[in-house]
Structures are given as C-alpha cells and as structure tokens.
Design a binder for this molecule. Structure first.
Ligand code: NAG
Ligand code: NAG
Ligand code: NAG
Length: 418
C-alpha cells in the first residue's frame, strides 16, 4: 500500500509541486473569525485568560482544530497549547500591519482565502514574499514577548535580562519587562519549524520516492522515472533548498527587528511626581514601529543568488546554500536585511503569482509617491469617477451628553486605474 501510494505521489509530485498546502499563518484569520477580538487584544486580559483555560483542558482537540500547522508545529501546540491564541493574535497583527504599510502599493497584502493568507505571493521569491515572512515572524515574536510579561503563559514571565551597563546607579532595574528573549526563541522554533521539516539533504542519484509520511526522500531502484524528470526533480530540490534559506533568513530578519527596536524605559516614582525614584525595564516598541522598520528593509531589500548547491560533487555532504548578493561588487546582506531572488511585478492580473493587478485601484492625481496615478496604474492611465457620498455634518453638542449631526451629500471625484 505504502509503496503504491508513494509511487502515485511521486508521479504527481512534479506537476503539483507548485501548489502549496495551507500554512500556519491561517490561524491569524481563524482567530479573527472565531471571536471578534478587540482591536487592542493585548489588554483584554479576562477574555484571553478564559479562552486559554478552555483550550488547556483538551489540547489535542484544540490543536487539531487549528488548520495549517505542520507536524512539528502540532507538537509545539500540544506542548504549549496556551501559546496558540497568542500566536494567532500575533499573526493577525502581522497581517494587519502588512495591509497598513502596503495600502498604496501594487501588492497590498490582500488576503486570499485558500488557507495560505497571501496566496501565490508566498510561492514566489520576491521582495513581497520576504516582507510577508518577516512581518508574520515579527508578529509572533511580539505577541509572545508581551504575553510573558502579562502572565498569560505558563512557561515564561517578565524579562530577566541583566541591567544595562549605562543605567545611572540610583535608578532601579527590574520592573516587569517584555520578555523578548523568550518571544524570539519561541518564534524561531514555531515559525521556522515547517521549513526545517522537509528534509532535502539527500540528493537522489537513482530515481527517488518521496515518502509522504516521513517527509524524507528515499533511494530505491524502481526505474519508473526517466532521466529527464529526474533532472527536473533535482532542480526542484535545489530550488526548494534555496527557498528554504531565503525564508529562514527573512523570518530571522523579522525577529531581529523586534529585538533591535525593543528599548529600556523608566517610570518615575516618588513624592507627588518628583521623580526621585526610577524603575526601568525592557519594553517593546509599538508594532507600527516594527512595521515601518521592516517596510524600510523592504525598500532596501537585497537581491541575492545562492551558491554551493547543485553541482555533482560531494553530493552527500552538502551544506546549506551560501547567500551572496547578485551584484558581486556589494557585500553580502546582513542578518537584518530582507533578501529576495526575483524581481516582482504586480501590475497585471496573474493569480498564479498572487498578483491581482492594479486595475480599479484608487490613485492620487496630485501625489508623486507610490499612490500617484502614474505609479499605481503602471502607465495605463486612469479614469475619473464622480460620485455622491453621504457624510455627517453640522454636528452639535446636546446637553448632556450626546452629539447630533445631520447627513449631507457631497459630490466627490476619485481616480481609479484603467
Ligand atoms: C521512515 O523512513 C525510514 C527510512 O529512512 C523507514 O525505515 C521508516 O519505516 C519510515 N517510517 C514511516 C512511518 O514510513
Ligand atoms: C488591494 O488590492 C486589491 C486588488 O488590487 C483591491 O481590490 C483592494 O481594494 C485593495 N485594498 C486596498 C485597501 O486598497
Ligand atoms: C493626494 O496627494 C496629495 C499630495 O501628496 C495630498 O495632499 C492629498 O491629500 C492626497 N489626496 C488623497 C485623496 O489622498
């Protein structure tokens, strides 16, 4: 049975390699649908606490209700079920921030309801793929770091980092800080796990079978595949290796952004605000700051090539492909940089690559930025639409305590791309 299944899988492998299975990111949307979490979930402690105790009663049922988790992520879920609502909120935060940062870009983080959140973009290897990975990884790091401080998780508490050396001696250290060290580690385990689960280390010499249960490649001597498709498969393996390296790099860049922007803040105490005493602790920035930072990294993302894979020598001892900049004159990217392999183009409709095109997108006639009609419409020009909008007007304060408005109709003009 297993052999037959493997053969069938193997034969379909090449054709279906471009499809992607649901991803863990989907739990960011599942959460939004399940309960309308308040817009500021981090302060809704009661509701969270209640949710979490419910889940802890039966982690195995709860974990299997979450779609898109990889095998390793399911195991993490079973061990740390209480983390999952937090992971889900962090992911949702990442998605929202993506949409905020990219609202006036060709690709605007629109959600595809196929279980992968961003759809075809994730199959590509462009700047947008890089940003999407970084922001979701940052979202998980952020949410978990904060949840530790809030006492929502069994396995972590307030930050235990040591006192910064430059802190004035009479300021005290150790208020309850955001636990970025823990958040970083958890996010690394959880977010990177799926990338590491598929073992691509054995490059096939003879035809291979892909073992669907083990996720490993096994050598065997059934000559069911000709050399041509073998070559294709080998290329596919290389492509995947390279993609794995790219994703891992960008996931890490997202986590490092959180780490880097976390700072020390101090609170004043003392008689009537005299600030004679200060307590200092570690605090996360706002998530908006992280979004802005990563958006800058997106704008300056580094186009890379990989070397040290493929080739026929030392097939069995291959290590990870090495990253280098495409333009050899430049130094390699740092761990804080986002990296990508292909340039992207989201001007035209092409769902295969996750592009919805910019037809009918709003644009701004007078702007010179990315929201300008020139940039947004990719040179196709725009249509001007006049329409009536209703809005509140003549608002009056009525004693006590309400505001009464009337509704006015106004003619406005908008531009949309051809
Ligand atoms: C996984 O692969 C190994 C060989 O690498 C094999 O012995 C084992 O039976 C496989 N496990 C399953 C569940 O298929
Ligand atoms: C994002 O792009 C899609 C497709 O181009 C469009 O339908 C949607 O309105 C855009 N969203 C925003 C917030 O502009
Ligand atoms: C269009 O761009 C101009 C210049 O950047 C700005 O002042 C204006 O508010 C924008 N209009 C809209 C509708 O966003």
């Amino acid at each position: 049975m297993k052999l037959i299944r493997s053969i069938i899988y193997c034969l379909t492998f090449v054709q279906y390699a471009h499809l992607i299975a649901p991803l863990w990111w989907d739990i960011g949307l599942q959460q939004q649908q399940k309960s309308s979490i308040s817009s500021n979930p981090y302060f809704n402690l009661d509701q969270q606490q209640q949710q979490i105790t419910e889940f802890l009663d039966d982690p195995s049922q709860y974990c299997s209700s979450l779609t898109g988790l990889s095998t390793g992520q399911k195991q993490i879920c079973l061990l740390h079920a209480d983390h999952m609502p937090i992971v889900s909120q962090g992911t949702a935060k990442g998605i929202q921030e993506c949409q905020f940062q990219f609202q006036d870009r060709h690709w605007n983080c629109s959600i595809v309801h196929d279980g992968t959140v961003f759809g075809g973009v994730l199959k590509q290897a462009n700047r947008e793929t890089a940003f999407a990975n970084a922001i979701s990884s940052a979202g998980v790091t952020y949410a978990v770091s904060r949840a530790c401080k809030q006492g929502l998780l069994k396995s972590c508490t307030c930050s235990r980092t040591s006192r910064p050396k430059n802190l004035p001696r009479d300021w005290s250290w150790g208020g309850c800080g955001d636990n970025v060290d823990y958040g970083y580690r958890f996010s690394r385990d959880f977010v990177d796990t799926p990338e590491n689960e598929i073992k691509l280390d054995i490059l096939p010499i003879s035809p291979i079978l892909v073992d669907t249960i083990n996720n490993t490649l096994t050598l065997n001597d059934y000559s069911i595949i000709n050399d041509h498709s073998l070559l294709k498969k080998r290329r596919e393996m290389n492509r995947r290796k390279v993609r794995r390296q790219m994703n891992l790099h960008n996931n890490e860049a997202g986590r490092r952004a959180v780490y880097r922007l976390t700072r020390v803040v101090c609170k004043c105490h003392g008689v009537s605000g005299s600030c004679s005493l200060r307590t200092c602790y570690q605090q996360l920035p706002t998530f908006r700051e992280i979004g802005l930072f990563l958006k800058e990294k997106y704008d300056s993302a580094v186009e890379v090539r990989f070397s040290g894979h493929g080739g026929n020598k030392n097939r069995q001892q291959q290590t990870h492909p090495q990253i280098r900049t495409r333009d050899r004159r430049f130094a390699g990217p740092t761990k804080d940089d986002l990296i990508y392999i292909h340039e992207s183009n989201f001007c035209d409709y092409n769902p295969r690559i996750g592009s919805f095109g910019t037809k009918d997108r709003l644009c701004n006639k007078t702007s010179h930025g990315p929201d300008s009609c020139k940039a947004m419409c990719c040179g196709r020009g725009y249509n001007t639409i006049r329409k009536y909008v209703q809005e509140k007007c003549n608002c009056k304060f009525v004693w006590c305590c309400s505001v009464q408005c009337s509704t006015c109709t106004r003619l406005i003009e908008i531009q949309v791309c051809k």
